[in-house]
Design a protein around this ligand. Structure first.
Ligand SMILES: *Cc1c(COP(=O)(O)O)cnc(C)c1O
Length: 369
């Protein structure tokens, strides 16, 4: 093993290639730079990824979530069920509209929200469920949709990490009332910054379009109070280039994961649920030994690694009670995952030699004390 002399393998590698640069320059020269023809084309093309749903482009994944909750009319007094084991944006969107996140536990295998915990968390104030397709693994949407239908709840899929993931052949972002995607540089595809809301409901799509642009469809004929969450045409042009490469990148991520699954024995590799298509935004293992020592060893070996997420959302400062303590949440699998996980590089730019080194490194680091 080449060890310390080998080049560092980064945990993620956002692509800004010649095609992306050319697309951006073309838009800049055209002078049509905000919510113009590129945004419209990007929305139409993205629809193919979500079974032909309406697509509404915005300026970030967080905006996609916030705008959706605004469009559905949620606010103070409403409860929205969300996993605590996620990026803070999931719960932040809930708080940004004045609603309350109700944190529920995850399934240990998929790292996604546990449908039984969701069912148990429903109260008369619940208005929506927000499953997160964490690391690119689809949440148990079949069971979550059943719960939502039984109680008349909206479902807002946080698909920020899961472009083209699927369950039973159905793509994420096409199950719920709405799906929300992110195009941040480290995601499976990017537009520098950007996001997309997907929905089958044309009325909801129209409301989203109004809300992202000051409540206007026609200029200065404002219909409702809205925000400015528009996507630029530069972002859309870059997103379109990336969207064309997504299928190939996704297959490469899945092939990389398959290789790591077959070689890693020193850590617990990520299981995939039956009928799930995992798109490996992250390749996340569990350490059985000392995680800090394992991370230190990986870094020494030149293998990029990171913990998503070391602190579950319910333990972050804005979500603590006034006394500075976490609420009365009982989330044992969330706590265990937060203490055990490490994400290893799985991005499409890895070479066969990189993959060998990652697997060997993981096996060595797995025994670190
Ligand atoms: C990245 C991410 C978001 C937010 O997307 P941005 O484009 O960064 O605003 C929301 N939820 C999850 C799970 C994410 O990973």
């Amino acid at each position: 093993m080449s060890g310390l002399n080998a080049e560092f393998i980064p945990p993620a590698r956002p692509v800004i290639g010649e095609a992306e640069i050319e697309a951006a320059v073309r838009v800049l020269r055209s002078g049509l730079v905000v919510q113009g023809p590129e945004v419209k084309a990007f929305e139409e093309e993205f629809g193919e990824l979500v079974a032909g749903r309406h697509c509404v482009a915005v300026n970030s994944g967080t905006s996609a979530l916030q705008l959706t909750l605004m469009a559905l009319g949620f606010g103070p007094g409403d409860e929205i069920i969300v996993p605590s084991f996620s990026f803070a944006a999931s719960a932040n969107a809930v708080r940004l509209v004045g609603a309350e996140p109700v944190f529920v536990d995850i399934e240990p295998d998929s790292f996604c929200v546990d449908p039984e915990a969701v069912a148990a968390a429903v109260t008369p104030r619940t208005v929506a469920i927000m499953p997160v397709h964490l690391y690119g693994h689809p949440a148990a949407m079949d069971r979550i949709m059943q719960i939502a239908e039984r109680h008349g709840l909206a479902v807002v899929e946080d698909a920020a990490q899961a472009h083209s993931a699927a369950l039973n052949g159905q793509p994420v972002g096409s199950f719920g009332t709405a799906g929300c995607f992110s195009f941040y540089p480290t995601k499976n595809m990017h537009s520098l910054e950007g996001g997309m809301v997907t929905t089958a409901d044309p009325e909801l799509a129209r409301t989203l379009r109004l809300l992202r642009n000051q409540g206007m469809e026609q200029r200065y004929a404002n219909e409702i109070v809205g925000a400015n969450m528009r996507m630029t045409d530069v972002a859309a042009a870059i997103g379109r280039v990336q969207l064309r490469q997504l299928p190939e990148w996704t297959e490469q991520r899945r092939a990389n994961a398959k290789f790591l699954d077959s070689k890693i024995t020193g850590m617990v590799t990520p299981p995939v649920a039956d009928n799930a298509k995992h798109v490996y935004h992250q390749y996340t293992v569990r350490t059985q030994g000392n995680r800090d020592a394992a991370q230190k060893r990986l870094t020494e070996l030149g293998i990029g690694n990171a913990v998503y997420y070391p602190t579950p959302i319910h333990r972050l400062k804005p979500y603590l009670n006034e006394d500075g303590k976490p609420g009365p949440w009982d989330l044992p699998e969330t706590e265990r995952a937060a203490a055990e996980v490490i994400s290893l590089p799985v991005h499409p730019a890895l070479s066969p030699a990189d993959l060998e080194r990652i697997a060997e490194g993981a096996n060595l680091a797995g025994g670190a004390r």
